[in-house]
Structures are given as structure tokens and as C-alpha cells.
Design a protein around this ligand. Structure first.
Ligand code: F3S
Length: 390
């Protein structure tokens, strides 16, 4: 991999030990992926922020790393395991909150914005088409590549942090235009409702693994893209898709090697895989990925003339900066549960107080059993709202 004179100096440690370590990691990863050089990035999105997932070893690493490192580009943080303001009311123990706050302190020292959200593109980290970025939240990676047209690989937490510090990332994978061409065509032969997009993503992820698909027969809104991409990256390893409404569009790509039809029976199969319980629900959780303003309005509109049923907890997970934009909706939602800012249901210690979680997200449905020991009731958003209101 070719390095500039400046980059060589950084690698020799002439700009300090932390920048040396960050450069060393980028060079090692670049050589592994046959990168020819490093490419400047306009932003980073950094995962690995919950105490539940990184533990004491991760906290020690961040405390050491943050002693003399600052990020070189706009950098936002993924959700953590608790609401920074309401963790106590939500049942998060102090033994979790303390180290979680130390992790945030370390990221703050490095000038990383404590956005604590998996939807950075709703709150000021929205890259332009064609820009190179280094993001590590899988759902946001798919959104950035597929909807915004930015270029990013699915970074790990440490590699996104290293890229943020150096301001560059290896030029490989989806940073190269040739690698962004579709290999598989997915023909969707059915009318999709909002709740079907997460299932469609789950189906496609299962069928294609990490290839770039061209999906035809769909014309999603942003929230539907958000659900589709998150599920696709969770059930498979894809980091990007192309989409067209017209099935004939696949004739424009000579790179397509395989064609797959998706129908109602595929969605039913995914629904059956995700819905693993009929037990009494302890927690109803929405907002994986975090809710948009439009979704907050939609939920509040449905709930505003209904009465809460307090037989289980309810979480509406949302970026704090999105919640600030819809105070009236937040007021309505709070009658029915917690407006859970900063946090992700999957990296929260919810196994401490819940055995059965109901969700409308195929990504959450994929991870809740393994990461949170939950049985999952998979349902539509309307059905979740009916579980907590009458
Ligand atoms: Fe976001 Fe957590 Fe879901 S990071 S996409 S709420 S698993």
C-alpha cells in the first residue's frame, strides 16, 4: 500500500503514540484488503459504545487511547446501553451506569459527538453522494451507501475510531466504484406495507450474504429503507443495495450473475423465524433503528386518543436530537412508556428485567435472543401499539 511522506511520519510515531497506533491499524487492515492507498474521509460513525458489549477491557483501551488523541473529522457515536438522563427510572443498575458514563467521557475527550444514535443521518451527520466515510454501525452503513450514495465499508469499532483520528481509511471494498455494481437481482413481486420492509431485508440478507443486490419492484420512503437495510445487514452481511421500481432495470447491469424472486412465502418464512414466543410480553420495544421524526408523529397520532395499558414496559428508542424536534409527540408517548434516548435495546442490559420482548424490527428480532437472552414476539408496529393501549 502506498503511503505519502506525511503518512509515513505518522506511522513512525512522529505525531505521537496514539496516532501511530491508529495508522498502524489502518495500514494492517488496508494491506489485508489489498488497498492501494488511504483515502480522506468526511466523517466517521463509531460503534462500540455500550459497556455491555465492550466491557472493562474496552473501557481500559478507550481511557488509554483518549489520553492524547483527537478525531480529525466529524465523528458521531453509536447508541449506548442506557438513557443518559433516565437510566434509573428505566431499571438500569448503577453498576452498569457508572462504567457506561466513563466510556462516554473517553469518547468526549477525543471530540467525538455524543449523539448516541444509529441514525446519524437524521441528526447532522448526513454525507453527500460520492463522499468517502468510515462508518461502523451496520444499519447506517447500508443507509449511507444505498440511500445517500456515500462510500463506506462496514468498519469495526476500532477501525472507525482509527479512521476518525487519522481522517483517512483504506481505499478498498465499497470505496471502489467497480465493487458497488450488483451481482444479484432480487425481483420483489408483491405490494409492500411499511412493516414488510424489515421482513424483506431479513429475506434478502438470508439469500445473498454479502453480495450487492439490485432490488427491483420497490420504491421505499426513507423509513422503509432504514428498516430494510438494518434487517439485511443483520440476517446477512450486505453493506449496500441498489433499488429500482422497474423490474426491467436489471437489464442495465451486465454484472448480474443470479436472479432471485421474492414472494409472500419468503416473508412468511422470515416472520416465522423471528416470532419465537407466544408468552406474556415484558417489554414492547420500538426504534431499531432509532425512530425518525415522521415515525414519532405516526406513533403519537395513533396513541393520542387511546388509554395506556400498563401491563408491560414500553420503550420508544430515538436519538435525543430527534426527540427534541417533536416535544408534543414525546409528551404523548411518555404516557405509554419510556422515550428512550441514547440507547439501543440490544446493547442495553435488559435481560436483568425482561424475558420476553415484542418488537417490529427484524434486526432486533435477530439479536435479542443471543445478546439479551430474550424470547421474541415479532409483530407489526400497530400490533405493538395495541399491546400497550386500548
Ligand atoms: Fe440501532 Fe441497536 Fe437496532 S444500534 S439498529 S437500535 S440493534
Amino acid at each position: 500500500m502506498h503511503l505519502t511522506k506525511e503518512e509515513e511520519k505518522t506511522l513512525k510515531g512522529e505525531e505521537g503514540e496514539t496516532r501511530r497506533k491508529a495508522m498502524e491499524l489502518l495500514v494492517a487492515l488496508g494491506e489485508l484488503d489489498d488497498a492501494d492507498r488511504l483515502v480522506p474521509i468526511t466523517s466517521a460513525q463509531i460503534a462500540g459504545a455500550s459497556y455491555k458489549t465492550i466491557g472493562d477491557a474496552g473501557l481500559d483501551f478507550l481511557q488509554e487511547f483518549s489520553a492524547d488523541a483527537k478525531v480529525a473529522v466529524k465523528s458521531t457515536l453509536n447508541p449506548i446501553g442506557m438513557d443518559r438522563e433516565n437510566w434509573k427510572e428505566m431499571g438500569i443498575p448503577e453498576s452498569f451506569a457508572k462504567p457506561q458514563n466513563l466510556i462516554l467521557d473517553a469518547y468526549r475527550r477525543m471530540n467525538i459527538e455524543l449523539t448516541c444514535s444509529c441514525t446519524p443521518y437524521f441528526i447532522g451527520n448526513r454525507p453527500n453522494a460520492g463522499s468517502d466515510i468510515a462508518w461502523s454501525e451496520s444499519s447506517a452503513v447500508v443507509f449511507a451507501n444505498s440511500v445517500l450514495g456515500a462510500h463506506t465499508n462496514k468498519e469495526g469499532g476500532p477501525s472507525a475510531l482509527a479512521a476518525a483520528i487519522i481522517g483517512k481509511t483504506p481505499h478498498c471494498g465499497l470505496h471502489i466504484v467497480e465493487n458497488r455494481k450488483p451481482k444479484v437481482a432480487i425481483r420483489v413481486g408483491l405490494e409492500l406495507a411499511f412493516d414488510d420492509y424489515t421482513l424483506l431485508g431479513h429475506v434478502i440478507g438470508r439469500k445473498i450474504g454479502q453480495e450487492v443486490p439490485l432490488i427491483t419492484g420497490i420504491d421505499p420512503m426513507e423509513d422503509e429503507h432504514k428498516a430494510l437495510g438494518a434487517a439485511m445487514a443483520a440476517s446477512g452481511a450486505a453493506s449496500m443495495y441498489l433499488f429500482r421500481n422497474d423490474h426491467k432495470a436489471c437489464e442495465q447491469f451486465d454484472t448480474i450473475e443470479e436472479r432471485i424472486d421474492v414472494g409472500e412465502e419468503d416473508l412468511d418464512e422470515s416472520r416465522a423465524k423471528l416470532n419465537t414466543s407466544s408468552d406474556e410480553v415484558d417489554l414492547v420495544a420500538m426504534g431499531c433503528p432509532h425512530l425518525s421524526v415522521r415515525e414519532m408523529v405516526d406513533i403519537a397520532t395513533f396513541l393520542k386518543d387511546r388509554t395506556p395499558i400498563k401491563r408491560c414496559k414500553a420503550w420508544f428508542c430515538v436519538a435525543r436530537d430527534v426527540a427534541k424536534h417533536c416535544p408534543e409527540e414525546v409528551r404523548i408517548l411518555k404516557k405509554f412508556g419510556s422515550v428512550a434516548c441514547d440507547m439501543c435495546m440490544v446493547v442495553a442490559p435488559l435481560e436483568g428485567f425482561s424475558k420476553v420482548t415484542a418488537t417490529d424490527s427484524a434486526k432486533a428480532g435477530t439479536y435479542l435472543p443471543t445478546l439479551c437472552k430474550q424470547k421474541v414476539v415479532f409483530a407489526t408496529r400497530r400490533d405493538l401499539l395495541r399491546m400497550i393501549s386500548k
